[in-house]
Ligand binder design. Structure first.
Ligand code: DX5
Ligand code: ZN
Length: 214
């Protein structure tokens, strides 16, 4: 069993209220919110005002993935916007440990993500305080990319780190996950599944969520 956190990057931005309700009705555990600043990644998506707006129209916990260069500067906005979990990138320009502590002090769950080329070993120094690790399985920036198979051993490596040092930490994967490749990722140890195109592109959203999570 895994939690399923569909990425709203693939939803209809002109109708976010009904999209959030549709996601909740379809049985999603969380909603994954991809925040991109056009600097850390070559794309701009949504910011804190939109996170705040969608937090008011459904009860689904918001899993906020900050693909931004300076999370320290913008953090308060996302805390106030109602995030349940805030993920920052190890490769960002801020002091990662300081930002993680600020997230925790605010009573929000904290996570660190690594891009496909970043080794799992960089996470060792944060493992004690993490609520979740996010292993990116595509280069961050865009939905609809192909799952990078070479990331599978990293999922297993992160699983081993979690089991040894902080068993309550969750292990999330994000990028190119489909009903066809999800089993390999879960076998490697993933327990929170992010999926955008495969959930929103499915003929039956609730069936797709069921298959990804089972
Ligand atoms: C990529 C984002 C992902 C992405 C997932 O930068 O972090 O969350 O939107 O979308 P799919 O599942 O389509 O790869
Ligand atoms: Zn994401």
């Amino acid at each position: 069993m895994a939690l399923v956190s569909p990425s709203i990057l693939s939803s209809d931005f002109a109708n976010l209220e009904s999209e959030m309700k549709r996601l909740q009705a379809a049985g999603a555990d969380w909603a994954h919110v991809d925040v991109m600043d056009g600097h850390f990644v070559p794309n701009i998506s949504i910011g804190a005002p939109v996170v705040k707006a969608i937090s008011k129209v459904s009860d689904i916990p918001l899993d906020v993935h900050l693909m931004i260069s300076d999370p320290d500067f913008y953090l308060d906005d996302f805390i106030k916007a109602g995030a349940y979990m805030i993920t920052i990138h190890e490769e960002c320009d801020s002091d990662v440990e300081k930002v993680l502590r600020r997230i925790k002090d605010a009573g929000v769950k904290c996570a660190v993500s690594i891009k496909p080329k970043t080794p799992v070993s960089v996470l060792e120094k944060y493992i004690d305080i993490l609520d979740m690790i996010l292993i990116m399985t595509v280069e961050p920036g865009f939905g609809g990319q192909k799952f990078i198979d070479a990331c599978l051993p990293k999922i297993a490596e992160a699983r081993a780190l979690i089991d040894a040092k902080n068993p309550s930490c969750l292990l999330q994967i994000d990028g190119g996950v489909t009903c066809e490749n999800v089993d390999a990722a879960k076998a490697a140890g993933a327990d929170v599944i992010v999926a955008g195109s495969s959930v929103y592109g499915a003929a039956d959203m609730s069936e797709a969520i069921k298959v990804l999570g089972r």
